[in-house]
Design a protein. Structure first.
Length: 146
């Protein structure tokens, strides 16, 4: 990861998922390219120093490989971690302009549960969406043996 990472938020995503990578490429091309966008960095969790990112947020186990495999993470320099739809909302808000309004709507309390449900559906089905491959499939939870 680059040195400015200490000053900018970091978007942690599943780099093995073609759908996720396509979404990040889109976000880098459009929202981040807007003139009003503040900086942020995107890094696949497979290549991220997750321990350092977790230390940035107080070493509370909020930035883990398991979590990053299940949802995109937005890690702020101020020590906050947002996951799933709220990570997407924060990315959009950081991007400025009309994107910031879209992100703010996703973060509104009445909209938040709907955004989270939509995010979870997309995450579960990302392997079947355009750009997705079987490698994009969510890891299955291990079943307990009795």
């Amino acid at each position: 990861m680059s040195e400015f990472i200490a000053h900018d938020p970091v978007l942690v995503y599943d780099g093995d998922c073609a759908f996720c990578t396509s979404c990040v490429t889109w976000a880098e091309r459009y929202p981040r390219a807007s003139l009003s966008s503040a900086g942020w960095e995107a890094v696949p969790y497979q290549f991220a120093d997750l321990a350092a990112l977790d230390a940035r947020v107080g070493g509370r186990g909020l930035v883990t490989e398991e979590r990053a495999g299940l949802e995109v993470l937005w890690v702020t320099p101020g020590g906050r971690v947002y996951g799933g739809a709220q990570a997407v909302a924060r990315l959009l808000m950081r991007s400025g302009g009309a994107w910031a309004y879209a992100g703010a709507v996703l973060a509104l309390p009445p909209v938040r549960p709907l955004a989270e449900a939509a995010y979870r559906w997309i995450a579960r089905n990302r392997h079947a969406l355009p750009g997705g491959t079987p490698a994009c499939a969510m890891p299955r939870r291990r079943q307990r043996q009795s």
